[in-house]
Design a protein around this ligand. Structure first.
Ligand code: GDP
Length: 478
């Protein structure tokens, strides 16, 4: 099918309001053009400035991507170790690390950073990035070539690595007045990073980093909120995202297109269980408890939240039947969890008893994988399919601290009800609250004033960067 021959507004819809570049081969990535059939009209439009910056990023990627002349030249410099002259292209290499939800959030964060610093983003394919996602940029791959010279160091890169930026600062191997800089630097931004690593979020350090052609980043955090607090990025970020709460929403839809087999998982499930419903409800249960459950206090919490907030209808336990009157409203509830206990409970409740509203409730759970199996292909395909399916619901309930839930809410443009984290094996009261925005939470932000060189509450500096609802020390855009 030739998209260019279609009337312009359906083409616009298909391209998500201009977010996506035309000209891809449709068959190689069906989700890119079919997602608009499953998603409701977006409430949020990307700014025209973001669209123009994405188009110019795509040009940069074409010019500098793997095996281009510029890439080969910059690679030579990397091999020599010297940062001889300024290069035409600069790179940000993202390392595959942690669970899939985390990876999606960090990749979006890395892309924001690449846009801000005019770097080309290259993705370490890890075990399965290529299996899960389509290529987001035209013509040149975003995957780091397998023969990339530093690749064999990625596995051993951790907080204590002597060659990380933070540790080089600590050991006085680098400082901002250094004349000769290395051709590459490692940025360690994972949850256990230290005060030196966190200097990444300071303008002075950004000035130094801007002179290094290859940056390699390892993180498991959505660090975008803290980029909004860096003075030299602030203005550009507000031009790109006049609606600040849409950063992940737009970039997530721009970058993450399910591969054809994942798209098959999504569309078959949607058509079989969700398409016919009048209302679709997503409930994501993610526990960070020890022991396998199901736990009664978690079940109590799920019901306390969904019934009180009227996400689900009450059942009438005293009557066995509610007289049928005309067409019943059909609610489809999509539950996701590693275990099946909570789902079975909710499903049985609506089977064994009628609802007081007369609504009919179908409850479905695509998989129960029991535990995280990050190395298995089908496991991660299912995890990605489930995050995506949750994002297609009308009302969403998610679990505290879970990046899996953040991805669903962000892609869907939804403000979910978030189930607070249980403490001491008791259901919290209140059980949940609605989020202020659809943005993910940055779980390990810095609390440092780069100018005054003292600690500071970075969640109290500007109205659009606040502490998260589900993690009091986290930061999010609101
Ligand atoms: P987080 O740990 O909740 O922040 O999310 P991540 O996605 O980073 O890591 C959790 C991983 O556990 C997922 O990527 C899946 O591999 C697995 N997992 C957790 N919950 C579910 C679920 O509801 N469905 C499936 N299929 N996998 C899950």
């Amino acid at each position: 099918e030739d998209v260019s021959s279609q009337p312009t507004d359906t083409l616009q819809d298909k391209l998500l309001g201009g977010l996506l570049a035309p000209g891809f081969d449709e068959g190689s990535c069906l989700s890119r053009y079919q997602s608009s059939l499953y998603r409701k009209n977006p409430l949020h439009k990307p700014s025209s400035y973001l669209l123009s910056r994405l188009r110019s990023y795509e040009d940069l990627h074409k010019r500098c991507g793997p095996y281009t002349k510029s890439y080969n030249r910059t690679l030579k410099q990397l091999k020599s170790g010297h940062n001889a002259s300024s290069t035409e292209c600069k790179y940000l290499v993202w390392i595959s690390f942690s669970g899939l939800g985390n990876r999606i959030l960090t990749l979006a964060s890395a892309f924001v950073y690449a846009l801000l610093t005019n770097r080309v983003l290259l993705v370490d394919p890890g075990k399965d990035m290529a299996d899960l996602f389509c290529e987001p940029f035209p013509e040149k791959s975003w995957l780091l070539p397998t023969d990339f010279s530093l690749k064999n160091q990625f596995n051993t890169f951790e907080q204590k690595s002597p060659y990380s930026y933070g540790n080089m600062l600590k050991n006085n191997i680098l400082n901002s007045s250094t004349e000769t800089l290395p051709s590459h630097l490692y940025l360690y931004l994972a949850h256990d990073y230290d005060d030196h690593d966190k200097l990444f979020f300071c303008d002075q350090d950004q000035a130094l980093l801007s002179r290094v052609p290859w940056l390699v980043m390892k993180t498991d955090n959505y660090f975008v909120p803290s980029l909004f607090l860096i003075p030299s990025f602030e203005q550009e970020l507000s031009k790109l995202f006049p609606q600040k709460v849409t950063v992940f929403h737009h970039l997530g839809r721009y970058l993450f297109h399910p591969s054809n087999h994942v798209w098959g998982l999504i569309t078959r499930y949607y058509q079989a269980y969700l398409a016919k419903a009048d209302e679709r409800i997503g409930i994501q249960i993610r526990l960070f408890e020890t022991g396998s459950g199901p736990f009664q206090y978690v079940m109590d919490q799920i019901l306390a939240c969904t019934l009180k907030e009227k996400v689900l209808p009450e059942v009438d336990r005293s009557r066995s039947i509610v007289s049928p009157l005309g067409k019943r409203n059909l609610k489809a509830v999509l539950m996701t969890s590693l275990s099946s206990g909570y789902f079975e409970n909710v499903r049985n409740m609506y089977w064994e008893h009628p609802t007081v509203t007369g609504e009919v409730v179908g409850v479905y759970q695509p998989s129960h994988e029991e535990f995280q199996q990050t190395e298995k292909h089908l496991h991660n395909r299912k995890a990605w399919a489930e995050m995506y399916l949750l994002s297609l619901t009308d009302v969403l309930v998610t679990s505290a601290w879970s990046t899996f839930g953040y991805v669903a809410q962000g892609l869907g443009g939804l403000k979910p009800w978030i189930l607070f984290k249980p403490e001491n094996q008791t259901a919290p009261d209140p059980a949940c609250r609605q989020l202020m925005s659809m943005e993910p939470c940055f779980h390990a932000p810095p609390f440092y004033d780069c100018k005054a060189k003292t600690g500071i509450d970075t969640g109290a500096l500007v109205p659009h960067v606040r502490h998260c609802e589900d993690m009091s020390w986290g930061l999010k855009l609101v």
